[in-house]
Design a protein around this ligand. Sequence first.
Ligand code: BG6
Length: 479
Amino acid sequence: MKKEFDKFPKNFLWGGALAANQCEGGYKEGGKGLTTVDLCPAGVNRRKVMEGKIDVLKPLEDEYYPSHEAIDFYHRYKEDIALFAEMGFKCLRVSIAWSRIFPNGDEETPNEEGLKFYDSMFDEMIKHGIEPIVTICHFDTPIGIIEKFGGWKNRKFIDFYLNYCKAIFTRYKNKVKYWMTFNEINMILHLPFMGAGVRFEDGENELQIKYQSAHHELIASALATKLAHEIIPGSMIGCMLAAGEFYPYSCNPEDVILAKEKDRENLFFIDVQSRGEYPGYAKRFLRENGIEIVFGEDDEEILKNNTVDFIGFSYYSSRCASSDPEILKGQTAGNVFKTVRNPNLKVSEWGWQIDPLGLRITCNSLYDRYQKPLFIVENGLGANDIIEADGSINDDYRIEYLREHIKAMKEAIIDGVDLIGYTPWGCIDIVSASTGEMKKRYGFIYVDKDNEGNGTLERRKKKSFYWYKEVINSNGENL
Ligand code: BG6
């Protein structure tokens, strides 16, 4: 059949994205154990906990933990999936909470109640013709194994993770084809506790620990890829990058090389997962920073032989790099870390820059580099929505953001990029990962809950709900 080069492919996976830790709640139900996110409070201490700078392994009385109830997806997934189906979703990205399957992380046999829960969730999706896209670990490592073994800096974590993978691949092999091994694997550099259960003591060489932990995750990811291919023939295993091209602030070569280095800090992970080896620039970085990664005897081979099938990534914005100390003073917020403010871009209410063209640029860079199918598994605008007197929510700003990004995706497809799907983040309002807020909303569906945890949890369709439904219905033609 002739391919139309200026249209979204016929089988394009339109959908939305969620993560267990931000939507499920039920944090102690069904035998679930505690995970890293269950210990990340809302408010001023959140960031320090996520960074591993406050050492707590139990919830504290005087803190509020938004993940504990979240939006109660644990009990309401049927109703919510029906709403996604009403929008015409072809796929839904969810994550499995590791500690529902292995409450402490090191049990030999999985928790049947946890397995049953996801059986039912996947069945519900499949019933509606929605393809599950599953993140194996989205910011939620079980606390049990962190307490006993110290997080991903310990190589034993590879075995715990693989045991978990084996359980879920075996159980869901007839239901789930698309998997991603670690959400935003590069975030381990910025949120080591949330990303990898790593905490630091004063005076420790943090960079050494972060990169050794990352190495263990990379080996685990490669071995999980191998395992999935063995257990589920035809499965598609992806990596997941917090993406967003770094632009040089100026054409000063100092800015250009800096932007390249900043990009490589992130791309390092995907270079290993997709190309199967540590690139030269990474070896140089490690050498010059006195970091020595302990490699297992077969590690090089494991990485080489088990590369990913597709590149999943989140894109919220481009970033900017400058070598000029004056320019560096003008920073703005971004996905987890700050960036130099680009004067050509508008910013969201949370200071995240808005750059649809940057999505086309990022798609092209990733495709040029890896030549593998790309999947945009997160994108969207976090905004404070207002309910009008008549009960409607007119989120035109969100529609505008998504429309421009979808246009950019189409341009990338015309450029020749093999883009297989798009799952905007937080398709129903969920807890914000960086701030723990509810009022930073991304959804097409509003959830009645505030930052302090008050609200009925009632669901309400926003204007963008109807708009996105038509986008999917027209396969991206009616924007
Ligand atoms: C990504 C994460 O970093 O961005 C999500 O994978 C997160 O978990 C999303 O929620 C948006 O960030 P935030 O901080 O606005 O929730």
